[in-house]
Design a protein around this ligand. Sequence first.
Ligand code: NDP
Length: 336
Amino acid sequence: MQGNRSFVLVSRPRGIPSESDFAIRSHRIPEIGKGEFLIRNHYASIDPAMRGWLDDRPSYLPPVAIGDAMRAGTIGRVVASKAPGIKLGDWVKGINAIQDYSVGRTGDSNRPVDPGRVTSMSHYISVAGGAGLTAHVGINRILRPVAGETLLVSSAAGAVGAVAGQLARLAGARVIGIAGGADKCRRLTAELGFDHAIDHRGKDADTLLAELVAAAPEGLDMVFENVGGPGLDAALLHLKKHARIALCGLISEYNSPPIGARNLKELVFRSATMRGFTLLDFPEEIAPATGQLIDLANSGAIICAEQIEHGLDNAFQTFLNLFVGGTSGKLILKLI
Ligand code: NDP
């Protein structure tokens, strides 16, 4: 019988994950019972949040247990079903694992998605997945840009940042992106419509501040923060009065002890607001925002930036690339 290969956590990493923290293991393809369906996974979303699930402490989801397949958002096709309302051949999106086959159950996270609505099924992971939806709520529910305001986005060429910047541009904001390397910066302005890009590689907070002042002499109305570190330190020194910061993530701290923001007192001086959020805070936005994001991508109003890697054997290297600047757009592992 054909096996079910999984990308399994075998030890908890300290610092940057190592290949030896994971293994590819093969088991029998599971049998399904009443109310269950078997999913052949086609795409897995590879996300910075996975790093948090490797530690033995709860975040917004529990840790992945040693010996378990690595949790991931997936898109797959139903190959067997004993669940009412789920048919053979249906496409489903849900939180499953990086493995060939997963079992879905009535009432779990898996939901059918319409292949006719998108030009690529991968869009249900990228622009219409967690990344795009997080950008959507961060822009429309937290920052609420007004035409003419200036927004700074960090990790701007990444999965969330690229969509956040484009949505803010559509709302009439002027958008500055911070990204690593000349290629990503060129992409931001030449392809994604950002007004200005700043390359952060090798630069300290003072240098980044000088570049920010040159790019936006009037100051920042909004910051969409994905990274932390020197970029955030610089941004805090260049806020306008009553500026808003949407704290989406701090990827620079995921593999090391917290660095901390150095200039938080600026929030006081400038009567500014910093608000952390997750997509889970806005469940009512998920269905309408998914529809809006698909429409924007289909019409070309938003460029759907994706980096698709191939094969379960490539899972570790693909994941690692998130932390070494080796990704541009939404990172996706195509399994079949
Ligand atoms: P990205 O596609 O932005 O992730 C990878 C990129 O982050 C890298 O290519 C690199 O880009 C940048 N990066 C990594 N390490 C560092 C570092 N030490 N210093 C500076 N830059 C670094 O990932 P996502 O778009 O999926 O996620 C972006 C952020 O949003 C993360 O912090 C994530 O945890 C958070 N997030 C939060 C959610 C929420 O609900 N709050 C949901 C989804 C994501 P570069 O080369 O340009 O520096």
